[in-house]
Each structure stands twice: as C-alpha cells, then as structure tokens.
Design a protein around this ligand. Sequence first.
Ligand code: F58
Length: 840
Amino acid sequence: MINEHETDRDPVARTRRAFAYKLFFQQGVLPFNASLNDYFLAVSAALRDRMQGLYINSMAALRESKSRIVCYFSAEFLMGPQLENNLLSLGLADEFARAAEESGLDLQQIIAHEEEPGLGNGGLGRLAACYLDSLATLEIPAIGYGIRYEFGMFDQAIDNGWQREMSDRWLQPGNPWEFKKPDFAVEVGFGGHTESWFDEAGRYRVRWTPGTVVKGIPYDTPIPGYRVHTVNTLRLWSAEAPKSFDFADFNVGDYFGAVEEKIHAENITKVLYPNDEQFQGKALRLRQQYFFVACSLRDMIRLHLLQHPNLDNFHEHFAVQLNDTHPAIAVPELLRLLIDLHGYDWERAWAITTATFHYTNHTLLPEALEKWPVHLLGDLLPRHLEIILEINSRFLDEVQSRFPEDADLPRRVSIIDETNDRSVRMAHLACVACQRINGVAALHTRLLMERTLADFHRIWTDKLVNITNGVTPRRWLLLSNPGLSELIGEVAGTGWPTDLDRLCELAPLAENADFRARWRAVKRANKERLAHTLQERTGVVLDPAALFDIQVKRIHEYKRQHLNVLHIITLYNRLRRDPGLEIVPRAFIFGGKAAPGYFLAKRIIRLINGVAEVVNNDPIVDGRLRVAFYPDFNVKNAHQVYPAADLSEQISTAGKEASGTGNMKFAMNGALTIGTLDGANVEIREAVGADNFFLFGLRVEEVEALWAAGYRPRTLYEENPELREAMDLIASGSFSGGDRDLFRPLVDNLLDHDPFLVLADYQAYVDCQQQVETAFRDPERWTAMAIRTVSRMGRFSSDRSIAEYCEQVWRVGPAPVPLRYEHMPREGVVFPWPGQPSET
Ligand code: F58
C-alpha cells in the first residue's frame, strides 16, 4: 500500500498511484486480470494527465493568439507510437521508468505494445509528423489538420515471398491520445446544384445547395514540444452522417435508405489510399480531400471570429501550408466561404486567400500530379468548379496581357488541361493561388524552376523557394538510438536535441581511437538488436559483424530496389564462380510496402525474397551474403533499423526523388551513404564531405542526354557479362523455384524499356560497392568516416526546416505559452470552476 501523504512529495510514488488509479477506474481491472493493453492504456492515460495542464494553457493561448497561427493541411500524418516520444518531450522518462519498475512493470514492454497510427504512406506523411514536432518545440502556435482514417496504411505480411495486405485496425485496442470534440463538429456539403441571382445591391450572388451533407467530428491529439510549455494540436476529422437525415428517412419508413446514407457518409474517412507516387482519380479520394479542408477552414473561421468581428484580416491570423496538392481544394473553398457566405467581393476574397495559402511540392514524377476530371469535380463540387474556372479565366487574362509574345503560354499554364478529357491540374491551381511555393531539396527546387514549374517561375519570379526537408532528432536519434545519444551527449552537451549543429563537436573525436571503439560498440549493439528482431520475424540469421547494407523505403521502380538486387546477384555469381573469393560478409536488409495495385513493385518484393531464399541457403555462400526482408516496415520498426545500418542505400534515378528523408535518418545514425546525386543526397554529400559519401551514377543532365541520344538497355545487357549473368539467372527461374514466367515482366521491362535506367547505372553501382567493401575492411577508417558524417548532419534537423518556413514562408515567430492556469484543479476546488460552460 502506498501512503497517500508520501505521494505528494514523491513524484515516483505519485506516478505509481496514477497507474493504479487508471487501471482501476479507467480500465476497470485489477492487476491480476489486467492485460498488457490495460497497462498500456493506464500508463498512457497517466502521462496524458501530466500533459494536460500544459495543453490547456496552450489551447487558451491559441484561442487568444495575437501572433499568426500555422495551419498545416495534410491528408497524411505518419505519427508513429506516442508514449515514449511524449515521455521524452515532457522529461518524464526516468520518473515513469522508476514508477513502473517499483510497480513491478516493464515500461519497455508497455512502450513496445503501442500500435502506431499509420495515417500516411511514407515520406510525405512522416515529414508532416516531424514538422509538428519541430513546430511545437520551436514554440510556434500551430494546428495540424487532417483525416482520422479508421484504417490507416495496411499491415504487410510476407507469404511465400509475396506481399499480403492486412487491414490496419489501429483504433481497436483504444487510442489513449485523442480527445473527441463533438462540440466543434461541422457540416460539409457535396453534390447538388448552384443558383445565381442579383441581390438588392445589384451584386451577382451564388447559392450552392448541396445534395448531401456529412458531419465532421474533430479528434484532437496533443503534440508536446520538447522540454517547452507548448503543446500544439493535431486535429483529425472523422465523418459521420448528420443525425437529422437518418431520423427523417426512418420516419418515412426507409430504414435501409437511411442506413445506406449513413454508411456512405462514414465511408469518407474509412481508409487511407495506399498508393504513393501514382495519381488515382477516385471520387472517394476527392471527397476525402474536400471533407477535411472544408472542416478545417470552418474551424479556423470559428476561431478567428472569437477574436475579430469579420474575416478582413483572416490571412494575418493564419498561414496555411498545403502539404502537396491533396488539400488544394481549400483554395476555392475559402473563396466560396468569403464570397458566398461572408459577402466579400472577388478582389477582396482573392487578396485574403492568396495571402493565406502556401504550397509544398513533393514530386517530380508526372504520373503523381493530381488531375481531376472536370466532370467529376463539377458533379461533386459544382460551386468549386465555377470558382476554379473564374480563377483560371482571370489568371489567363493576366498571362496574356503580360506575355503577349508567348502565344502558347496560356495553354501550358492553364489550370484546366484541355487535352482529351478536360481535367483540373491541382498543382497549377496551387501555384496560381499561393503566396509561396516550395520544393523540398535544392536539386528538386532547381528542377521545379527549370522544368516542371518553369512557366510559373517566369510569371512570378519570387514565388518559388527551396526549403530542404529535415527530420526530428528527438525521435530519430534520442528515442531510437539511446546508445549513440549518450555518446553524443558526453561530447556535445545536453542541449543537442534542440540544437543539432552541436553535433559538429564530434568531429575532432574521429581521430580518437578510444572514442572510435566506443562508437563501434554502440553500432554493434544496435546491429545485434536488429539481427535479433529479424531472426524472430523472418527466421533469417544475420551476423552482427557483417556489413549491414540497408534499403528501407516504399517499393518503387524509381527507387531502384532491383538495382540493389542485381548487385547481390552479382556477388552471388562471383562466389559461385570462385567459392574461395575474399569478400566482406554482408547482410542486405530491405523493407518497404508496395502499393497493392503496383504490379512490378510487388514482383520486386517477390524477387528480393526469392534471392534471399537461394542465397541464404546456398552452402557455397556459407553465410557471407545474407538477405532479409523486414516485413511491415513502419515508423515503429524503423526505430530499430536506422541505428543498425552501416550502409544506407539511396540509389534512385537522378531527378526522380524529390528529397528523401530516410537518407537523413540513416546518416544521422552513423551510416555511410551509397547514393546518386538525387534529392537531398546532393546536400548530404556536400555537408558530410565527398570523402565520406559513396557517389555513383548518372547525373540529371546525363540522364536526359542518354534519353535524347536513344537509350537501348539491351545493348548494355549484351555487352556486360556480369550484368548478363545476373539477369539471366533471374530469367532462368533460379529465384522462382524454376518458374521462368514469374520475373519475365521485370526482366523484359528492364531489357526493353528500363524507364529508370537501372542497367545504365549498374556498372557504376557495382564498382562503387567495391569501394564500400574496401573502406569497410578498415574499421578504423570506416568509423572515422561515420563520426565525421554524424558531426555534419546538424542542418538536417527539422528544426532548421521549420525555422526556414517561419522566416521565408509563414512570417511567424515563437510565442512561448504563459502558464496562466493551474496545472490541475486542486483538491477542494469545486465547480463552477473557473466559470460557466462556454458556447464556443
Ligand atoms: C515524398 N513523397 C517524396 N508522397 O517522394 C520524397 O522524396 C520526399 O522526401 C517526401 O515526400 C517528403 O518531402 C511522398 O511520400 C506520397 O506518399 C503521396 C501520398 C499520396 C498519394 C501521392 C503520393
């Protein structure tokens, strides 16, 4: 029994008591019948209570904020597990660990139990999560707005080498972090028709009468900054049928009709679309997009009108960042609200709208750009289509008058693509209506300026800026690599997680043999941990002394996992030719999901697993090569992967990867990179120094020249014996149990088309891997390179990225949260406290 008086003075005892209370009163169980999930929910609830005082103060500050609030609009937030991250942010990790231990609980086991909310596909969604962490840590008032998908990214299993998708029931065990806010529900219309008339003042007015209405309910997740008082909000919308219409239908006897409507409404936020980098013009996807931005803008207007009499200064109160074009329908929506509902004329509404929005582009792949068929958009959002056409007509008038000499320019920049089926180019809409457009790495931004968005860059020379991506060092170093963090802390002091440039203090220690030995010990322990997990989950046994060569990311042809596979097969063939060959033992580790409908990506997964099966079991190889596919790569699994890597594979075709962020996570954790000059690799190489980076492959300009000259991959195959041997081995059925058809589509595609120049970069890649091998043979040299790499990774903290957005895009600064309210209602405080329920 814990003495109640003791607990007031002893925080550990108080936390122990909180665990017990939550278990008893919230979970309704006692220790003898509590499940691990009960303990997880109880511990999380205890932590949530400790955050609540700061959260309430932050929300109060936000409601009264005089400084600009950043609203990050994103269809995806890939947050990862919250418990351990929140413990670190709030500085409660030690206290909770001791409380757990003294209660006979294993905090690590409880932490490991948490299911992550997989509400994103990959880089774009994870970037949004890193940015929320940095916004809060930099004390910027901010709200993340998005969708509360009932089913997030599918869970991946590997069956006989094939990917199998399983639905992600992340909400099933209960989500301890969210607060449902039914009071702030809003209604969103779809379909229907518009009517126009002239009002008493003779002004042209439009009224939209939607065909159906859906209710959006917000769920708030607190986002605590690291060791600051700011706790921002991630507000995710869930769709429900409005009460009114099921009752109405029920009364006239159409029970099934009513239920159908309800299901139709709730379908909107049912599931995340799992395809990355491939646009799919599905009506439900557009409904999702409109649903969440309409809810979010209504919410912002509510907040604004708490403080201001009208929307004249809306843009001074809020800066909205559009995370790609998925939320770009917000542009006509804000115009509609201002004009149709709040009575603004077009010019005023346009001025407010264009001063509010900013757009981040995340891709150079033409197939990823969103283009909605005009008829689809018009059916779903008739008023928005009218507004888009009006934006376009005014824009094209301006273009024509400013650039009369370029007669083709209006066609090229038009928001409406008039070819075939007319469609709305969402990137053009975003470019026209946003104050700033940014690319996500220097090379990417240059290519946007010179190619994809060159016309827009000519029209508005100052609009496009570069903001290189970053990742949060709290999750991607402090949380996931405690061993390295401790070493860094000894050298760089305790402040490094919020001042990552301090990593530079590691540089001189690259010359210190003792330090290198300690560094290697940390890496070794991380590799042992990953090896252990992989053995458990795949049965593949890895030697922690081997070179851990890792490629984890979505499976896509442009990311070229198959180039990596060709290298493995090449090494395998060398060993078969000469079993006594001296090679550095390597563990090749892959992870990543393929879009369920992406045929070739799924074959690539099958190929990796086929090669693993053969190579891992061939006695000639004798364990010198090992291949493992880590199933279900997600944020949680990633925590163990980046810290365990010796070599980071960043091998996309130059000009295809906008930035990459995994490249940063690996390098921050002391992996060396083998990579092309693509995305942020360029800047990583500049930062860490060419000597510490294994560069290979065609440059963007060379890629273009090759296509212009006429690329014939088959010639390369014919003329390169090792390449031919590797390709032939795949085609022979050696990795598919003798089935020669299984990989034929992959092989034929490479020989006849090779759209991502795998064969063109093959030899350079294999040669570069030889340099990697040579370097790894000298552990002292390798370790020194790794230390130098980490010492120069400071600029890839998302804190730096967010500081740049604040200065160059949003024009906002920190607003520390004053602690005006008691952390907790004290004993003896009774309601009304501190006043009456409010209407808002
Ligand atoms: C990624 N895009 C880029 N899109 O590929 C990567 O280079 C970049 O580092 C990252 O964004 C962050 O800027 C990306 O992840 C998606 O997942 C979309 C999801 C929705 C459908 C279209 C792709």
